[in-house]
Write a protein that binds this ligand. Structure first.
Ligand code: AMP
Length: 195
């Protein structure tokens, strides 16, 4: 594992614990010698995680569509800012560059991004772990939603169980290191990325 792709809010949320965890996440990723891959903004939790990783001497790669560069206020101090043409290209690039996916608290964009990676993982399009820093239980309702999908017969239990929930980023990173992917849904081996 050489890099972590972080999904999180372009807003900071209203619980100071969210901001504190974003700072811890950026610091831990940098201190572990991992590259931070994220959406490239300097606002909200996105900005916090990037600033913290840079302050700890880490390598930070941001990926942002050209038409969001001004709205989300692209971070100007990154190791690299990859400007792409569309949101789809952004998600593809972030997914390609990240060896694991960490979600901190966030809004609809955050959910959209991690749900995509979970679905690609269970299809075997990649074999990378997906985890949640479940700060103050922020992801408990999502966890229940996943269990509802399992209970209603829309997804197998093993694909609900492949999602990692820990109260802290530190806990998620530890579990990333021992992650073993489940067999893909249609039996196709995740030999390489196929998206
Ligand atoms: P949010 O969690 O809504 O604050 O958004 C977090 C990040 O996700 C921001 O960089 C948004 O630009 C991005 N985002 C929002 N909607 C989408 C989407 N449909 N697909 C991909 N990224 C998105």
């Amino acid at each position: 594992m050489k890099s972590i792709c972080v999904y999180c809010g372009s807003s900071a949320g209203n619980d100071p614990a969210f901001r504190a965890e974003a700072v811890r996440a950026g610091t831990l990723i940098a201190e572990a010698g991992l590259t931070l891959v994220y959406g490239g903004g300097r606002v909200g939790l996105m900005g916090q995680v990037a600033d913290a990783a840079l302050a700890a001497g880490g390598k930070v790669v941001g990926v942002m569509p050209a038409d969001l560069v001004s709205q989300e206020i692209a971070h100007t101090g990154l190791t690299e800012l990859v400007v792409v043409n569309s949101m789809h290209e952004r998600k593809w690039k972030m997914a390609e560059l990240g060896d694991a996916f960490l979600s901190l608290p966030g809004g609809p964009g955050t959910f959209e991004e991690f749900i995509e990676q979970w679905t690609w993982a269970l299809l075997g399009f990649h074999a990378k772990p997906c985890g949640f820093a479940n700060v103050n239980g922020y992801y408990e309702l999502w966890r229940k939603t996943v269990q509802q999908m399992v209970d209603a017969g829309f997804v197998a239990q093993q694909y609900g169980d492949m999602l990692i929930y820990e109260p802290t980023t530190q806990g998620v990173l530890a579990r990333f290191r021992t992650y073993a992917p489940p067999p893909p849904k249609w039996g196709i081996a995740p030999v390489e990325q196929r998206y």
